[in-house]
Design a protein around this ligand. Structure first.
Ligand SMILES: [Zn+2]
Length: 317
């Protein structure tokens, strides 16, 4: 029974910790002279320009730290952000929105860093020939080419009528459109995290209306919902990267996306913690948001295809 008690205590402590914003170190009481403006002051940072009191000459160690800072690694803010995005995602994002900004890597930096990590792992998969989709594409392209060759040899003996010529022209234009759409699709496939970001942008737009009466944070601005979604995208990107890395290590094919039910589960937990809904309400708000965002995405894509179609028909005449 002691073990159960121990686990219960640990779980209670974890639940408590999730709700509490990060505690910051006490202020330094040392007198410092700012190397930037020359002011003398007491504290950890210059009150005039904000330069840290511990700024020193650029030794190799300090220079390395500056370099790592670019990636959010110097002050451990990247690692801290990832850790909190895994352990208490919605609460951490809420803390950030409420003004606890300093401890965490800024959302857009975070998504860039994780996007780079993601692209790196994806490239590893591509390099070792472990991308599931690319293999399928290659097979599809080959059969398509064979069909075209067959068609070409069948057509070469038939004299061309006007109707036939028009049909061929039409086919060509249709081919062009398909290729545009294909190229966009392929680019988005390789850069899934940016594709995700578009989806999260839509989710933010929807949340302005759908979550305007959220119990813990009512009436958030669009920009606040969007920052929240950028962090969620970072979280998803990190989870996907870890999954891809595991798959590669096991010698399996990767396709750069996460299982649908897993991303849905993550999103529901995020919404629950960030907006303060119960699980049931968080679940239906999340599912409704996703359905709506896909509807918007499909309508926009249709619009693009129609515009491209009109454009190429115009060019053809
Ligand atoms: Zn200063």
């Amino acid at each position: 029974m002691k073990i159960i008690d121990f686990i219960e205590k640990k779980l209670a402590a974890y639940a408590q910790w999730r709700h509490t914003p990060l505690r910051i170190d006490p202020m330094s009481m040392k007198v410092a002279v700012c190397m930037n403006c020359g002011d003398t002051y007491v504290g950890s940072f210059c009150p005039r320009c904000g330069q840290p009191a511990k700024t020193r000459r650029l030794s190799l160690k300090n220079a390395t730290r500056t370099l790592l800072d670019t990636w959010g690694l110097g002050q451990h803010s990247l690692l801290r952000t990832i850790w909190h995005l895994m352990a208490r995602p919605g609460y951490m994002i809420g803390d950030y929105l409420d003004g606890h900004r300093q401890p965490y890597l800024q959302p857009f930096k975070a998504v860039l860093v994780i996007g780079t990590l993601y692209a790196f792992i994806y490239a590893l998969g591509s390099f070792s020939g472990h991308i599931a989709r690319e293999r399928k594409d290659n097979i599809a392209e080959k059969t398509e080419m064979n069909i075209k060759l067959d068609k070409a040899s069948a057509n070469s003996n038939v004299p061309k009528t006007e109707a036939k010529a028009f049909e061929e022209q039409f086919d060509k234009e249709l081919d062009k459109i398909t290729k545009y759409v294909d190229a966009i699709g392929k680019w988005l496939d390789k850069n899934k995290i940016w594709q995700q970001l578009i989806l999260h942008l839509l989710l933010a737009i929807i949340a302005v209306r759908l979550c305007r009466k959220a119990p813990s944070r009512p009436g958030l601005y669009f920009s606040e919902h969007f920052v929240a979604q950028v962090y969620i995208c970072t979280q998803m990107g990190f989870v996907t990267s870890v999954i891809m890395l595991c798959q590669l290590l096991l010698g399996q094919d990767i396709d750069g996306s996460m299982a649908g039910f897993l991303s849905l589960a993550i999103l529901i937990v995020d919404y629950k913690q960030l907006y303060g809904y119960g699980y049931l309400k968080a679940a239906w708000k999340t599912i409704l948001s996703i359905v709506l965002s896909f509807l918007i995405l499909i309508s926009v894509s249709l619009l693009v295809v129609i515009i491209l179609g009109i454009h190429s028909a115009y060019v053809a005449t």
